[in-house]
Design a protein around this ligand. Structure first.
Ligand SMILES: NC(=O)C1=CN([C@@H]2O[C@H](COP(=O)(O)OP(=O)(O)OC[C@H]3O[C@@H](n4cnc5c(N)ncnc54)[C@H](OP(=O)(O)O)[C@@H]3O)[C@@H](O)[C@H]2O)[C@H](O)CC1
Ligand SMILES: [K+]
Length: 499
């Protein structure tokens, strides 16, 4: 697994194993050096104004103090705000404090807004955060929102849970960094839920730990390498029958658009033929996409077709029957949107999903996942990796839990967090397009895990391209995604070719 992500427990275990082999304080000195290097890179030539270093009571504060000493030795004007707690201080943090005190860094008790900083460094709390930020800590962290300079978080933005990406506490606060340098190994909470908004750009400083000290990672950041083997260029001598049939089952009365968007997603992702089996009135034609074939769901033959069950499906008995027939079929399926709400209402259907032999991908947003598990959307967001894993295990399916940093999970517990995409995707119909793309990849023979990873990555990358072109994030529409996704897909295919 590339781009590995480690839980706090795994980081602690690796750190303890490494510390046992090294002289006291070595890891903190390395962290302080890596942090100073990151700060110097951010500062560039901007050395005229001072750097504010916030140092907390624990070892995260120790890293910050080491860094402050290094920066001042490099000639940077440093102001340290050290918030010693009342508790026990580790020997290495005490050593770091002594070193910083002996350096040219200024220790001050300043309000954040009194100076025009070149950089603010958050070394308040890292993986030892044990409760919500209150009092002085809360004030400081809220104050950071008002600074206009870059904000560099050490290890984890203070207030953020490194495992889940949730801001700790009801009405909790966390540092909004522009950059995070994270130590020993990367952490899932920096990449999902609130993590992307709070961590900014993430760089990993491994601190020289031997890879053998780590337990196997069960999570990673998704990357095209994970589905590259499926991206073979098409042979000259190919025909549409090789690329499979996708049938979107949905489009109840008044919701035809959802089915059409999913069908377009499937078409642009390369399915051989795309049908829309409509529960409501079957359209004669999509004039802008005449390649799509519309049928009435009640007399449509689903055998041999990959099914996208759910876009605009509604909740009627007829929809339930169509969903059941699709689930009991022998072809790969994607279950999305209303299909998931119907599934949530029937334990019997859930068991039938779990017994399926062919590939199954389910694509809930947090509220749909919550309904499926009988919990609240807040509980889903508080533990996105755990939720996606338990749903994957329960349904014996690949799960895509959508949202910032979509989590793709499989029944054995491995998860990947998707790094592409932006808030432009938070718009009606974008999920329908994703489901259609996923269906098309399944129809082209991709296994469920690769199809889910590929669909989510390319769908997000399409949205990122549209933002680069100025078509979003504000006002980006789902209808613009299929063509942009097609460019991403063909770009990856071209790269995967020989020579
Ligand atoms: N040990 C090493 O050599 C290295 C450590 N690294 C860095 O260390 C941190 C983890 O350090 P740790 O001391 O375990 O934890 P923190 O610094 O994140 O915070 C713990 C202290 O803060 C108190 N605490 C926790 N939550 C709160 C809160 N909400 N409000 C106030 N105080 C809080 C806690 O004390 P309590 O007993 O009161 O709970 C601790 O005093 C890691 O993130 C790295 O940055 C490096 O990896 C290098 C090697
Ligand atoms: K921090």
């Amino acid at each position: 697994m590339e781009n590995r992500l480690y839980s706090v427990a795994q980081i602690r275990a690796a750190e303890a194993a490494a510390a046992a082999q090294l002289e006291a304080g070595a890891l903190m000195r390395r962290a302080g050096q890596a942090a100073a290097d990151a700060a110097l890179a951010l500062l560039g030539e901007a050395r005229a104004r001072p750097v504010l270093v916030l140092a907390g009571p624990g070892n995260n504060g120790g890293d910050a103090l080491e860094m402050a000493a290094n920066l001042s030795e490099a000639g940077v004007d440093v102001v340290v705000l050290h918030l010693a707690g009342g508790g026990k201080v580790s020997p290495e943090a005490a050593q770091a404090l002594a070193r910083a005190r002996a350096s040219r860094a200024n220790f001050a008790d300043v309000a954040l807004d009194v100076r025009d900083w070149a950089l603010v460094v958050d070394g308040l709390f890292g993986i030892g955060l044990a409760r919500p930020l209150e009092g002085r800590y809360r004030e400081l962290v809220t104050g950071i929102d008002a600074v206009r300079c870059p904000v560099l978080a050490l290890d984890v933005p203070s207030g953020l849970d490194a495992d889940s990406g949730a801001v700790v506490g009801p009405n909790g606060v966390a540092v909004r960094a522009t950059h995070t340098v994270t130590f020993i190994g990367d952490k899932p909470g920096l990449h999902t839920a609130e993590g992307r908004d709070h961590a900014g750009r993430v760089d990993v400083a491994g601190l020289g730990l031997d890879p053998s000290l780590f337990e196997p990672a069960r999570a990673c950041i998704a990357a095209p390498a994970m589905f590259a083997s499926r991206l073979a260029p098409r042979r000259q001598n190919s025909h549409k029958g090789e690329f499979g049939d996708v049938a979107v089952v949905g489009g109840a009365h008044g919701m035809a658009g959802a089915a059409v968007l999913a069908a377009r997603g499937a078409l642009y992702a390369g399915a051989g033929r795309v049908f829309a089996a409509m529960l409501g009135p079957a359209l004669a034609l999509d004039a802008t996409q005449p390649e799509l074939m519309f049928r009435a769901a009640h007399d449509f033959e689903i055998a041999d077709r990959v099914l996208v069950l759910g876009p605009g499906m509604g909740g009627a008995m007829e929809a339930m029957r169509a969903l059941g027939a699709g689930i009991d079929g022998a072809t790969p399926v994607v279950i999305d949107a209303d299909g998931l709400n119907l599934l949530a209402a029937s334990l019997d259907l859930q068991e039938r999903v779990a017994r399926r032999q062919a590939g199954t991908v389910v694509t809930p947003h947090p509220l749909e996942a919550a309904r499926l598990l009988g919990i609240s959307a807040h509980e889903v967001q508080a533990d996105r990796l755990g939720t996606a894993r338990s749903l994957a295990r329960r349904l014996q399916a690949v799960v895509v839990l959508k949202g910032s940093g979509s989590v793709v999970a499989r029944p054995d517990g491995d998860v990947a967090i998707n790094p592409t995409g932006n808030p432009g995707l938070a718009t009606g119909g974008s999920g329908d397009v994703l489901a259609g793309v996923c269906g098309a990849l399944l129809a082209q023979g991709w296994p469920a895990w690769e199809a889910a990873l590929g669909a989510v990555w390319m769908h997000g990358a399409a949205a990122d391209r549209l933002v680069e072109e100025g078509i979003g994030p504000v006002g980006m529409t789902a209808g613009e995604l299929p063509a942009a996704m097609r460019r991403v897909l063909n770009g990856l295919v071209a790269k995967s070719g020989r020579g």
